[in-house]
Design a binder for this molecule. Structure first.
Ligand code: MRU
Length: 342
């Protein structure tokens, strides 16, 4: 998994359709902001850091395709595109962070509309490049927490596919593996969209890292059997009091605490939303079909009520440490959260 998941190529955004993995590797060539928004909504593009880069490239497409003659008009077009993008997936903070970064820089840009379009494309590229650098650093710091012989449980997919490259939680695992540590991974399947079963096992197997797939409801069993040494997960948003990540993360954190297993969260600072608390965050609710069906096949009777929150909230008290590109922030330091991780 060395290649980048998203690239700007001659006025198009090229990315992998993650809904087709692991059976088929299909590349999408997206030409408009709307096409990127559709791909995000339908989870062809997914994972918080990748959503940030995709949103940045979507604004780049808007700027690149624009016929606006003035900077003011181009900014208005980008603001409209930003509104569309921000409605796609409300929980992942990186999406909002990347859009706001581009719009803020565009508003102070000095030059004509054509130069601004070139600038936006470059800024989107910079966001993508920075993500890979951040993940490499997360891996380097996080690998210090992993010992030879460890078995690490991870949830959902916080790998190269969820980022521009290398991954966050899987970046930590990859870096430890690259250091020659003999580790093994337990991946939860991650219902309803099966990112663990479809994507995490695919990535790890490609890299030759031993991985065992379990269903989500086996976590208590493997922990009680002392088969797990550490948990490492990613995050969609880290707020002042909690980590928000794929539905099921909180259950794993509670079980980890019960069994005295360290629970680590790996995320770049573009995931940190430290002006808000968990009660401010919108948890995305997705379509009932994701629960009533598996791979488009109905498994539940028709006409039943369904709850389908895509993420849950893990209070910081359950988190042993947060690994970001600046280093490892331990539980004891969460009080000085804002200043420590800068
Ligand atoms: O719904 P998804 O697949 O976009 O959710 C992804 C996750 O929950 C990941 O753990 C998170 O985005 C971190 S990815 C580095």
């Amino acid at each position: 998994m060395q290649t980048r998941t998203i690239e700007w190529r001659n006025g198009k955004v090229v990315t992998i359709d993650q809904t087709r993995l692991p059976h088929e590797t299909v590349f999408l060539e997206l030409k408009t902001c709307e096409e990127v928004a559709e791909a995000i909504e339908n989870m062809k593009i997914r994972g918080a850091p990748l959503l940030g880069a995709a949103a940045a490239f979507a604004l780049a497409l808007t700027a690149y395709n624009s016929r606006a003659k003035t900077v003011e008009k181009l900014i208005r077009e980008m603001e409209k595109a930003a509104e569309t993008l921000k409605k796609t997936r409300p929980t992942a903070f990186n999406l909002f962070w990347a859009i706001d970064r581009i719009l803020e820089k565009a508003k102070t840009f000095e030059g004509n509309a054509e130069n601004l379009a070139t600038f936006v494309v470059k800024e989107a590229q910079k966001i993508a490049d920075e993500d890979v650098e951040a993940n490499r650093l997360i891996g380097k710091h996080g690998a210090n927490l992993i010992m030879d012989g460890d078995v690490i449980l991870t949830h959902c997919n916080a790998g190269a596919l969820a980022t521009v490259g290398y991954g966050t939680a899987l970046g930590v695992i990859r870096a430890a593996w690259e250091q020659g540590k003999h580790i093994r991974v337990i991946a939860t399947e991650t219902r309803p969209k099966l990112q663990g079963a479809r994507l995490t096992t695919y990535e790890l197997k490609s890299d030759g890292i031993p991985v065992t797939l379990i269903t989500d409801n086996m976590v208590g069993y493997v922990m009680r059997k002392q088969l797990v040494k550490k948990v490492v997960v990613g995050a969609d948003r880290i707020v002042k009091d909690a980590v928000i990540n794929k539905i099921g993360t909180f259950t794993i954190a509670v079980l980890a605490r019960e069994h005295n297993i360290p629970f680590y969260v790996a995320a770049p600072k573009s995931t940190f939303d430290l002006t808000h608390t968990s009660s401010d965050v919108i948890i995305e609710e997705r379509s009932p079909e994701e629960v009533t069906h598996i791979c488009s096949k109905r498994i539940a009777v028709e006409g039943i009520d369904v709850l389908n929150p895509a993420f849950d909230i893990t209070p910081l008290e359950y988190v042993t440490a947060i690994i970001c590109e600046s280093g490892i922030l331990y539980k004891e330091d969460f009080g000085k959260f804002r200043t420590s991780c800068t």
